[in-house]
Design a binder for this molecule. Structure first.
Ligand code: FAD
Ligand code: NAI
Length: 479
């Protein structure tokens, strides 16, 4: 039986479009079906990441950081500004321009690689047939291989249903047309902290309620504790162990506000906000992507069940990115996309899931790879720890950005690096050194023997590696 394509990819986010491009590079006839639309109803590739995730949030984090610096830091460098004024409309237009350039770039890349880009919703039927929702001349396509990359969506809470622009998810929180005076956030996870930082810098009073009693349990707790102190000092009012009970929209002086009721160990409380962001996690888009006749197996949390090679329960059908297990990160999805394309082309490919870096783009940034101290202790591993604070770095001092530390955990017997945790300026860039070192199986001594440029923030990684062996130069260590 002849098929239309070698590969059909459903979803054009960082998992799907990367898979499609890599398939095409490998000579496979490929189509990519995506239903993402921009605010004007035009097809917009790039998925959550480019349209309403990584990119617009980082654009606003950058702009708001510059606003904060102009307000509070320039003066200490001897730069006097007569006044600093926020032009939110321009800031938002710049963010949208960044998004438009990047999403347009993906469309151009697919075209240049001769991937057929199909706009519409794809649905997997039996026998690797895919139905496209949009009315086209032909709306059922067949392929030898299918890659599902349908991504994820925000989790909604019954106690706080989203309203037009009062109770919003992360997408709504990237589009406020004025700075809310009082901003509430449910969930002190990555989105709550990043978007809470954006709006606090622009002038909001921000309160975050978090159900868990531990702050950032996914991060090394030494850094998490320090980060919590830093955020609180900046003015983020983070309340742990606080459970959302209910919300109510109130009209106060002809102005609509949200009343939030929550409970903590001291009892029940209520607070009123101009906007409320719900940031309590994301769920896989696995409900509309396949027909029951396709008999794809989901796991207990509705992720499409896959093995380490991203093969689903159906031969020739793969699933990648946020719709499958593992961290919901763009780079994890993209790597899976490349791996699956190469496997389909008959090549060897694998991902080291232990070495996927995580970053929280607040100020200071937090970045890590490998195991935390708490995970190593729980696993009964013997390890040495090297910590170097940014306050002892000449470059950090010159930049006036000395909060945070680099922490390296290395095996006590082999010295192999098991985890690296960085909190500080440019941690998102510094962590790449650790990922490369760990990918190559480096020991802490390997990093200690490497020459780093002076003065650079990278020297903190060098000093932390020296500290593993108790021989950091620019801090006093117990001997
Ligand atoms: P998605 O990006 O969600 O793309 C899936 C695409 O498939 C979408 O275009 C969707 O419309 C389409 N689709 C769904 N169903 C169908 C169908 N049936 N037919 C056709 N098309 C379909 N990650 C990071 O690594 N770094 C960050 O800094 C970061 N910041 C973030 C900030 C925010 C505010 C949010 C919400 C997320 C952020 N993420 C970040 C997470 C990141 O966006 C996701 O991990 C990533 O986008 C997942 O990629 P994906 O391709 O699996 O899915
Ligand atoms: P998250 O899982 O990071 O955090 C959600 C938080 O909400 C958790 O701390 C959870 O305990 C809390 N929570 C859940 N229900 C609650 C309730 N009813 N009341 C109070 N708190 C509650 O999820 P988030 O922030 O929504 O982000 C989703 C995903 O998007 C992340 O897991 C991450 O994978 C991705 N992302 C990545 C970014 C990055 O890489 N820098 C940036 C933003 C998002």
């Amino acid at each position: 039986m002849s098929v239309d394509y070698d590969v059909i990819v459903i979803g054009g986010g960082p998992a799907g479009y990367v898979a499609a491009i890599r398939c095409a590079q490998l000579g496979l006839k490929t189509a990519c079906i995506d239903n993402g639309l921009d605010a004007n109803g035009k097809a917009s590739l790039g998925g959550t990441c480019l349209n309403v995730g990584c990119i617009p949030s980082k654009a606003l984090l950058q702009s708001s950081e510059m606003f904060e610096q102009a307000n509070h830091e320039f003066a200490s460098h001897g730069i006097k500004l007569a006044s600093v004024e926020l032009d939110l409309k321009t800031m938002m237009a710049r963010k949208q321009q960044v998004v438009a350039e990047l999403t347009g770039g993906i469309a151009a890349l697919l075209k240049a690689n001769k991937v057929d880009s199909i706009t519409g919703s794809g649905r997997l039927l039996e026998n690797k047939k895919v139905q496209v929702s949009e009315k086209t001349e032909k709306n059922i396509f067949t392929a030898e291989h299918i890659i599902i990359a349908s991504g994820s969506s925000s989790v909604e809470l019954a106690a706080a249903p989203l309203t037009e622009n009062l109770i919003v998810d992360s997408t709504g929180a990237l589009e406020f047309d004025s700075v809310p005076k009082k901003l509430g956030i449910v969930g002190a996870g990555v989105i709550g902290l990043e978007l809470g930082s954006v709006w606090r810098r622009l002038g909001s009073e921000v309160m975050v309620i978090e159900a868990q009693d531990r702050f950032l349990p996914i991060a090394d707790q030494q850094l998490a504790r320090d980060a919590l102190r830093a955020y609180k000092k900046q003015g983020l009012d983070i309340r742990l162990n606080a459970r959302l009970l209910a919300t109510e929209i109130k009209s106060i002086k002809q102005c609509k506000q949200v009343e939030l009721r929550y409970q903590d160990e001291k009892g029940e409380h209520s607070a009123v906000f101009d906007k409320l962001i719900i940031a309590v996690g994301r769920k896989p888009n696995s409900d509309n992507v396949f027909d029951s006749e396709a008999e794809l197996i989901l796991d207990e949390r509705s992720f499409i069940h896959v093995n380490d090679q991203c093969e689903t329960s159906l031969p020739g059908v793969y699933a990648i990115g946020d719709v499958v297990r593992g961290p919901m990160l763009a780079h994890k999805g993209s790597e899976e996309g490349m791996m699956v394309a190469e496997l389909i082309a008959g090549q060897y490919a694998a991902i080291n899931y232990d070495l996927i870096p995580s970053v929280i783009y607040t100020h200071p940034e937090i970045a890590w790879v490998g195991k935390t101290e708490q995970q190593l202790k729980a696993a009964g591993e013997n390890f040495n720890t090297g910590v170097f604070p940014f306050v002892a770095s000449g470059r950090a001092k010159a930049q006036g950005d000395t909060r945070g530390m680099v922490k390296i955990l290395a095996h006590r017997d082999t010295d192999r690096i098991l985890g690296v945790h960085i909190m500080g300026g440019h941690a998102s860039e510094l962590i790449a050194q650790a990922v490369i070192a760990m990918q190559l199986g480096a020991s802490a001594e390997d990093l200690a023997l490497t020459v780093f440029a002076h003065p650079s923030l990278s020297e903190t990684v060098h000093e932390a590696a020296l500290a593993v062996d108790n021989r950091a130069i620019h801090i006093m260590q117990k001997r």
